[in-house]
Design a protein around this ligand. Structure first.
Ligand code: 5GP
Ligand code: ZN
Length: 117
């Protein structure tokens, strides 16, 4: 069920501290940790602690929690002293989503091209 922890979900396991991650911030509802395969000097993932499969499901089922995630992307950028940064939610395999627990990428510390690939 949406919101419930999933046994087979990598990010649920990171939230439950069953798999290690370099955690940079935590709130009651969110966790932020460094991406294992960074694409920029700062590459942090912000996840809701509750399981939603992607940003679309999160926005629909739990808009206040989606706002918490967005607020945390700003807090991460602030802590990392990023003046410019990009927040990305890959939604669906065609857009590059590979982990099926909603997450925002916070990317910064280098120039970022637009439009993205
Ligand atoms: P997506 O492709 O779904 O938008 O993003 C998934 C992200 O999770 C990728 O950037 C990938 O590098 C990252 N990732 C995959 N496995 C792990 C892991 O075990 N630990 C951490 N910290 N990041 C991971
Ligand atoms: Zn999950």
């Amino acid at each position: 069920m949406a919101g419930e922890p999933q046994d087979d979900c990598l990010f649920c396991k990171i939230v439950a501290r069953q798999i290690p991650a370099t955690i940079v911030r935590e709130t009651e509802t969110t966790l932020a940790f460094r991406d294992i395969n960074p694409q920029a000097p700062t590459h942090v993932l912000v996840v809701p602690k509750a399981h939603y499969k992607n940003a679309a499901e999160l926005a629909e089922a739990a808009p206040a929690l989606a706002a918490d995630v967005l607020a945390e992307t700003r807090a991460v950028a602030d802590e990392e002293k990023l003046e410019s940064y990009r927040t990305v939610f890959n939604t669906g395999s065609g857009a590059g989503q590979t982990v099926w627990h909603a997450h925002a990428h916070v990317l910064g510390g280098r120039g970022l091209e637009w439009p993205p690939g």
